[in-house]
Design a protein. Structure first.
Ligand SMILES: O=P(O)(O)OC[C@H]1O[C@@](CO)(OP(=O)(O)O)[C@@H](O)[C@@H]1O
Length: 458
């Protein structure tokens, strides 16, 4: 079920059109925006023209050849008539967007390409007008050497166009490409483009210019982009230490930590220090308002902030019960929750969807901040983890977030890196296995593929 429902979808179709030279953070913005909208249940998709060109057998002007039979990209094959090919490819790519809006009832398409000429942008506007789509142009502009070089490095290492190359060669190619595009670049202009809806970002969020934002959805998109800080940063996630309720397999409540939970809290500062390599003043600790998270943060001397929005999912009438008791007393509710855990709302309490919605200001603030350690609860961390890792909503309540484990997240344009650091302090499992009232080993399908697991000696 989509949360964002509209009576006539064609009235609300938006195409976010990225504008800018390579290595200006366009892919990062596009991916983050689509992840955020999907997390809010707004149907969104990113269309990367480079992908499409590759599939068509060209990567003009990057001069690569895609072998459709083997899937291998070969270097050095130039197209004979680049301009003509490019036009056809662009048309076909826009056609993909039109089809997606129509067949999938899409709401927001993000077009991740350079779109650096006024002509190109005008042809996109024409396409949008024909198809009842509102275009918003998002230009990422920068002459800041550090900003550009940081993106060049990221592109060289991770982008499919360059990652097969030697790092130096990749860097050189990206720079060549930037210079090639620079010659034709026509930035968005307040006078010439006064009729367009656009946002112009200078080196991320250093300076922002906005023109003609008109609808609620447009302002939501723009507000999110304005809060995005493109600088590399880390987020650490930890559950509180094992609690007395965890030992008794009871959910909710506001209990204190067990002895092993206490041990985790005293070890946490050293684990964070080792993982971060930063001074304490450079990491801010966010906790919920519940005792078990504050007790876990007690030995951290960093600046701390409590958020009510980080409190655990409210289990309503089931608060303080074990899963076995819930199954016995409310068998229908127990089964309904297993069938659709994301949507199920405890009587007098919350669903995972409710938690995600109340977390929106936390997410927005996280995007503005640099290095944050969040100490909170199982359900809340699942929602935050799902946001960073683009985990489908229906799967997010089943993600494994074990106790006494620090998760380090490094969001990047091409892939988010996750490192799982185990404290080596035993704790009970609180993972409720689907279809039973038992807690046990998680299937862990969503944590394992991403994580590099590190153990700390006890
Ligand atoms: O959604 P499920 O899997 O029930 O997990 C959420 C539960 O996790 C618990 C532990 O069982 O969280 P936490 O100990 O992190 O506060 C409960 O309080 C909470 O209701």
């Amino acid at each position: 079920m989509a949360f964002y429902k509209i009576s006539n979808p064609t009235d609300h179709r938006i195409c976010v059109v990225m504008v800018g030279l390579p290595a200006r953070g366009k892919t990062f913005i596009s991916q983050k925006l689509v992840g955020y909208l999907s997390w809010l249940s707004i149907k969104a998709k990113c269309f990367t023209f480079a992908d499409f060109r590759r599939k068509c057998g060209h990567l003009s002007p990057h001069a690569l050849e895609f072998n459709k039979n083997t899937g291998v990209i070969n270097e050095g094959v130039e197209s004979n008539d680049e301009d003509e090919d490019e036009e056809v490819i662009e048309e076909q790519a826009l056609e993909q967007i039109r089809k997606w809006f129509q067949s999938e009832n899409g709401v927001i398409a993000v077009l991740d390409d350079t779109n650096i000429t006024s002509n190109r942008r005008r042809s996109i506007i024409e396409f949008c007008q024909k198809n009842n789509i509102q275009p918003i142009f998002v230009e990422s502009w920068s002459e800041d050497e550090d900003f550009v070089q940081c993106n060049v490095k990221d592109m060289g290492r991770k982008s499919i166009e360059y990652k097969h190359m030697d790092p130096l060669e990749a860097k050189q190619k990206v720079m060549e490409n930037i210079n090639k595009f620079k010659k034709n670049y026509e930035p968005l202009d307040f006078e010439k483009d006064s009729d367009l809806t656009f946002v112009k970002l200078n080196s991320g969020s250093k300076e922002i210019l906005i023109n003609k934002i008109q609808t609620y959805l447009q302002s939501k998109i723009v507000f999110y982009i304005l809060n995005l800080d493109l600088k590399p940063r880390c987020i650490w996630l930890s559950r509180h230490g094992e609690s007395l309720y965890n030992l008794e397999q009871k959910i909710g409540g506001d209990s204190l930590l067990s002895k092993r939970g206490e041990k985790y809290s005293s070890k946490l500062p050293a684990i964070v220090k080792e993982s971060a390599g930063l001074k304490e003043k450079d990491i801010v600790v966010w906790t919920s308002t519940l005792k078990r998270t504050q007790q876990t943060a007690q030995y951290l001397t960093n600046k701390k902030l409590q958020w009510r929005a980080l409190d655990e999912l409210d289990a309503g009438i089931c608060d303080g019960m074990t899963y076995e008791e819930i199954e016995e007393k409310y068998p229908d509710d127990f089964q309904a929750r297993d069938e659709n855990k994301y949507e199920f709302r405890y009587r007098g309490g919350e669903s995972y969807r409710d938690v995600a919605l109340r977390l929106e200001p936390v997410i927005m603030e996280l995007e503005r901040q640099e290095n944050i350690l969040i100490i909170t609860h199982q359900a809340v961390l699942r929602c935050i983890y799902a946001y960073y890792m683009n985990i489908p909503q229906e799967q997010s309540p089943w993600v494994s977030i074990p106790l006494h484990t620090l998760i380090k997240i490094e969001p990047r344009a091409y892939k988010t890196k996750v490192t799982t650091i185990k404290a080596n302090i035993p704790a009970v499992s609180t993972y409720k296995v689907k279809g039973t009232s038992h807690v046990g080993e998680a299937e862990d399908v969503y944590t394992k593929p991403y994580g590099i697991i590190k153990d700390t000696s006890s």
